[in-house]
Design a protein around this ligand. Structure first.
Ligand code: HEM
Ligand code: SF4
Length: 736
């Protein structure tokens, strides 16, 4: 692994001294909260529910045994004896004291560790494949490149105050295990026809409020240009990313707004100035760094160890653990082992100091002294000889690290949620615990097989819920914790964002709902089909009808004409929490009182209270909505259109057809792809046309029969003109 030289030591030591000075000035009242905030954030220091939370970096997920012992020691001395491993190669300490943080950083620096840029609007810890260097499908080891990027991004003077955080992931294998497609910048190591190493460059991915997968912006970037090209790309983001709305500030929004071609053009134009400049990598530097990731001194071993095979035959519990937690290794006779940090009753990813020490002992004794942290919040021993697996299993069991559940439902990913995080809408950990308890039976778990279940406590998506085959998102409904379920998400080469199945569930309903979803899978699966395969084959509908066996409970009566009505969406009736805000006679837009929950505000209120509404979205996760009257001019909101989760168009009378043109303009001229709802005096006889011009949600007028209206989507089998549903006019389809 990479070891610091004098330069690296000097930089990290200087950072400790700098942060000590900043903390002392803050505690002495010489720095205000606002001044200290970005400084502490760039050192991973958040203020959370229980006070300061410190996020420590595990560069590209790799630790020496000594470094893991250092973590154990810090957790014991400065915290409550445990730490939380996150999905992005970090360790979080939830109970530190601000005045002690400089001491923690000094202790970390002794073992070549730090908390630099683990938070803040800067380039974060670069992540990679936890099987890097040992996977059979590897094109080249991504870790030297991750280290080169780490050094380049550390204290990059131009990029300390980006519009928003910037996350980089790199994969060196054919199978993406680093979730590169949901990062701001994803790099895939590839070889060209001449066998030279380079990178396929992906940009503009991310989860959070607007989940988007990356776009490929370059098929092959020769390795020499890794830094200059990345610099050009981040410069384009720094200069043109939005800074007026934190939810719109990630690079994904810029890439989406500009489009892939234009974004790529801007990056390439910027790169033309930097290409072949001083940042061009030299073979000597790549060799220097790569030498530190040279393979350890593997023994020459047989493909299969006979004792290991005997243990597999004789000990069912061991063979079950091997089946789930032991992965193939590219060197004969070796294996990679997943030490599980998941068990009912403990937060996923939590490890006690004793467990960290036990894992460090195992690494030292059986895996060349190194250990990895996986994106799934487990620890990995990457280089274990097969003959030692039985002993490793026994010792891991004694330390509570041998749950034979890697990749099963028990191995779920969850963020800290409302128990720790000040941004949460709902708690994640009790939901994780309830699901783990419900599926505790090992035979049942193994029968269900591979299943990624991910939980986030709010739309920031730290638990990657969009990528779970089953995803659970905590939402706030009038101050209560509810949970929305998505299905069909996945990471890897075929990355896909999951689909919402319908109304949210109360906390107590979630385990039953999950059980019902899994029953659908068990009833329909073909031999060897995983949950996700069955989902792909049979579609979401079978799961939806099982998830909601009883009609939804009515929600409370509210104050507006649309709130708490049922809405037609996805061709079925659903509950709706959005409220329409109206100005009462003589009320000034700025004075209007905003009720809690998601709101559809008139254009005048949006213009008067935009910053306040955006702050509500950022601080409380309340999505933004607006409603347009027939006479409203879309140009007035054109620059903000991407901000809205819902745009509603009002029909005061069904014969007032202006809203039909509004819808087409929003969809076709302004590219709006969020929910577009029609409300007011509309009923069954308008639905077919409304749907054709681009509306995808409908709140019918008083007294209209919504069940009846559902049939209207199919009133005509064909249409002559092109529209939002079928862009090609009939004459073109006829001719085809
Ligand atoms: C408890 C303190 C935490 C806070 C305040 C926090 C805050 C945030 C915020 C605000 C975002 C959204 C960024 C955006 O979309 O612009 C985010 C994203 C993310 N967080 Fe956290 N987080 C916390 C803990 C964690 C933990 C424990 C994990 C891992 C288990 C984690 C993993 C992530 C990941 C992977 C994303 C990326 C989502 C994306 O790509 O957009 N975070 N976090
Ligand atoms: S998803 Fe939300 S609740 Fe969970 S850790 Fe991230 S910001 Fe906090």
């Amino acid at each position: 692994m990479y070891r610091y030289d004098d330069y690296d030591h000097a930089i990290v030591q200087a950072r400790v001294a700098q942060f000590r000075g900043q903390t002392e000035r803050y505690l002495a009242g010489k720095l205000s909260d606002d001044e200290f905030r970005p400084l502490r954030l760039q050192n991973g220091l958040y203020i959370q529910r229980h006070g300061p939370m410190l996020r420590l970096a595990v560069p590209y997920g790799l630790l020496s045994a000594a470094q893991l012992r250092r973590f154990a020691d810090l957790a014991r001395h400065y915290d409550r004896g445990f730490g939380h491993f996150t999905t992005r190669h970090n360790l979080q300490l939830n109970w530190v004291k601000l005045a002690e943080v400089p001491d923690i950083l000094a202790d970390l620096a002794r073992d070549e560790l730090h908390a630099i840029q683990t938070s803040g609007n800067c380039i974060r810890n670069v992540t990679t494949d936890h099987f890097a260097g040992v996977a059979a499908d590897e094109i080249a080891d991504p870790r030297p490149w991750a280290e080169i990027l780490r050094q380049w991004s550390t204290f990059h003077p131009e990029f300390a105050y980006l519009p928003r955080k910037f996350k980089v992931a790199i994969s060196g294998a054919t199978e993406d295990r680093a979730a590169i497609q949901v990062h701001d910048l994803g790099l895939q190591v590839v070889k060209n026809d001449a066998g030279e190493i380079g990178f396929k460059v992906y940009a503009g991915g991310g989860l959070g409020r607007t989940p988007l997968l990356c776009q490929v912006i370059r098929q092959f970037l020769p390795w020499q240009h890794l830094l200059s090209y990345t610099e050009a790309l981040v410069r384009v983001f720094n200069r043109h990313g939005r800074r007026d709305n934190a939810y719109k500030a990630r690079i994904k929004i810029l890439v989406k707004a500009l489009g892939r071609e234009e974004f790529t053009r801007q990056v390439e134009a910027e790169w033309a100035h930097l290409k072949n400049g001083p940042a061009t990598l030299t073979a000597a530097e790549v060799d220097r760094v790569s030498a530190q990731f040279a393979a350890p001194a593997y023994e020459t071993l047989a493909e299969n160890d006979l004792c290991h095979l005997a243990h597999l035959r004789e000990d069912k519990a061991f063979s079950r653990w091997v089946e789930r937690n032991v992965q193939a290794h590219k060197v004969a006779g070796y294996a990679a082992v997943t030490l599980s940090l998941k068990k009912p009753g403990a937060a996923p990813g939590d490890a006690s100091s004793e467990q960290m020490e036990a894992a460090a002992d195992l690494a030292e004794r059986y895996s060349f002294g190194e250990i990895r942290v996986s994106h799934e919040q487990n620890l990995i021993l990457a280089d274990v000889p097969q003959r030692e697996l039985y002993t490793v299993w026994h010792r891991a069991k004694a330390a509570g690290l041998a749950a034979p559940t890697a990749g099963l439902i028990q191995d779920l990913i969850a963020c800290p949620g409302g128990d720790f995080c000040a941004l949460a809408n709902a708690r994640s950990l009790p939901i994780a615990a309830a699901i783990q308890e419900r599926f505790e039976d090992l035979d049942h778990q193994h029968d269900i097989g591979d299943l990624e279940l991910n939980i986030s406590g709010c739309m920031n998506s730290c638990g990657h819920h969009h990528l779970g085959a089953i995803g659970i998102l905590g939402v706030d409904k009038n101050g209560e914790e509810w949970y929305q379920i998505t299905l069909g998400g996945r990471q890897g080469n075929e990355a896909r964002i999951g689909d919402v199945i319908g109304r949210a569930f109360a906390a107590a309903e979630v385990p039953d709902a999950i059980e019902r979803l899994i029953s659908v899978y068990l009833a329909h699966r073909h031999a060897d089909e995983r949950f996700i395969d069955t989902f792909d084959r049979i579609g979401i509908e079978a799961f939806q009808s099982a998830a909601y066996p009883t009609p939804p409970t009515p929600i409370n009566q509210g104050e507006s004409q649309m709130a708490n009505k049922q809405i037609i969406k996805e061709r079925r009736l659903q509950d709706d929490a959005w409220k329409v805000v109206n100005l009462v006679d003589g009320e000034a837009p700025f004075d209007v009182c905003l009720p809690v929950g998601p709101l559809l505000v008139p254009v005048s209120v949006w213009k008067a209270k935009k910053s306040c509404l955006i702050a509500r979205e950022y601080e409380h996760g309340t999505p933004l909505g607006i409603w347009l009257a027939p006479e409203d001019d879309i140009a007035e909101i054109a620059a903000d259109i991407d901000d809205f989760t819902v745009i509603a168009v009002h029909f005061p009378k069904f014969a007032d057809g202006r809203g039909y043109s509004t819808a087409r303009l929003l969809r076709e001229r302004h590219g709006y792809d969020g929910e577009l709802r029609a409300f007011g005096d509309i009923g069954r006889d308008q639905i077919f046309f409304l749907n054709r011009v681009g509306f995808d949600a409908f709140v019918l007028g008083e007294g209209k029969n919504a069940e009846d209206a559902l049939a209207a989507f199919d009133d005509f089998p064909e249409s002559y003109q092109g529209d939002a549903v079928q862009p090609l006019p009939l004459f073109r389809r006829r001719a085809a």
